[in-house]
Design a protein around this ligand. Sequence first.
Ligand code: 13P
Length: 282
Amino acid sequence: MAPPLIIANWKMNKTVTEAVHALDTLRARTDLLQAVDVVVAPSATALDRAAQIVAGSRIALAAQNCHWEAAGAYTGEISVPQLADVGCAYGLVGHSERRQAFGETNDQVRRKTAALLAAGLTPILCVGETFPERRAGKTEHVVAEQVSVALQGVSGSQVARLIMAYEPVWAIGTGKTATPVEAASVHRFLRRLIAHDHGEHAATSVRILYGGSVSPDTVEGLLAEPDINGALVGGASLNVQTLLAILERAAGAKERGAGPGRSSGLASSFSPTTSTSSRSSA
Ligand code: 13P
């Protein structure tokens, strides 16, 4: 069974010096890094120095955003080959802040996902509904649309290796974590959708994280759910001691749980009423 995966998304925070200090502290905790898979997404300005610090450790780096073209006249953008060049192995795509504040569309998320995969990086595909959408009973419809468009043309074997993050918009930065039951219900739905569109192997292998006000107090309950394979942490990851507390709880939480590799057994019962893509071959 894969260890839990904790991704720290530092968003637009930390100078290079601050990022270096946090990564130095994190790197020293080899005990926790054995028990938990850790990915950090610093600001682009800190990536190069961050790569030097995490070299030879079990910490991996993620970009917070990317452009889908490999190069060209796109002022202010960063391409996937440039991110690979500074040591990123992962890339966030479709974060709700990018969708809401910068108008990122499902189709742009699809192109970014494809660019990351083409360059050998692992996409961290973020999906989630707003509070009005949840209240209207549209959660499954919204996340199915986001996933189905983003993964158009992606093979089952590629889906098996990617990471998805369910981040309900109403839980991000609000202190309102989804309950483990609420989150797990959406995670199960996402796994059924993946099973239907990309095959059972992809559904059982894809790691699905929860994000939205995760803290040391909430992470254990979330990870106790078999379908929640880790957490995408924003605010609580900015203080390295709080991040370490989350890693400590995560290290203990998954020892007994299930995870990717077990069978969801749900593909046959899935009714694709909300799916917009057709199944692609593995
Ligand atoms: P918070 O943990 O601050 O709610 O942020 C979650 C998030 O957006 C991670 O990508």
